[in-house]
Design a protein around this ligand. Structure first.
Ligand SMILES: [Fe+2]
Ligand SMILES: [Fe+2]
Length: 175
């Protein structure tokens, strides 16, 4: 059985991941409404990734025979001052999640729950990538905010489609 403190925190993290999903859908919808389809597509896809993270955590708890509580989430931000704001918000969110993920690994280690610590390793690596991706995108969006088609071109070039499936990723619930 995973450590009780870890189970509690991982259940909370399921909520943070679903909240991230909702927030990224809200960002995608904002860009869709501004007719910036590549930015919209990027955030719709990002949202699905966040849902995937939540479901991987749910699967881990189920496999470990631990209690799973699917939490409600608070409403995402839906109005934005300009096209930079959603990306800035996303970068803040990814930095916050990185701290949460590291704290989860720390909780597991403190409890001597090395199986759970090991489970968190994939998420630690994933957060490095997500923070880097959002940092790059924020730089591009800041530079080209008055030429949004340059941002759209950047996304077509640098983020063309679905990323290939990662064989090291934990299995999500429902798949
Ligand atoms: Fe996530
Ligand atoms: Fe993320």
């Amino acid at each position: 059985m995973p450590a009780a403190a870890f189970v509690d925190r991982l259940n909370e993290q399921v909520g943070h991941e679903f909240a991230a999903h909702q927030q990224y859908v809200a960002c995608a919808v904002y860009y869709d409404g501004e007719t910036l389809p590549q930015l919209a597509r990027f955030f719709y896809r990002q949202a699905l990734e966040e849902r995937g993270h939540a479901m991987m955590m749910v699967r881990y708890l189920l496999d470990a025979d631990a209690t799973v509580t699917i939490p409600g989430v608070s409403a995402p931000q839906t109005g934005f001052a300009d096209i930079v704001a959603p990306v800035a918000l996303a970068l803040d969110q990814e930095r916050r999640v990185t701290e949460q993920i590291n704290a989860l690994a720390g909780t597991a280690r403190e409890a001597g729950d090395y199986t759970s610590e090991q489970f968190m390793q994939w998420f630690i690596k994933e957060q490095v990538e997500e923070v880097a991706t959002m940092t790059d995108l924020l730089r591009v969006v800041n530079r080209s905010q008055h030429d949004p088609m340059d941002i759209e071109d950047f996304l077509v070039r640098e983020h063309p489609g679905e990323e290939g499936s990662d064989p090291t990723a934990p299995r999500p619930a429902g798949e």
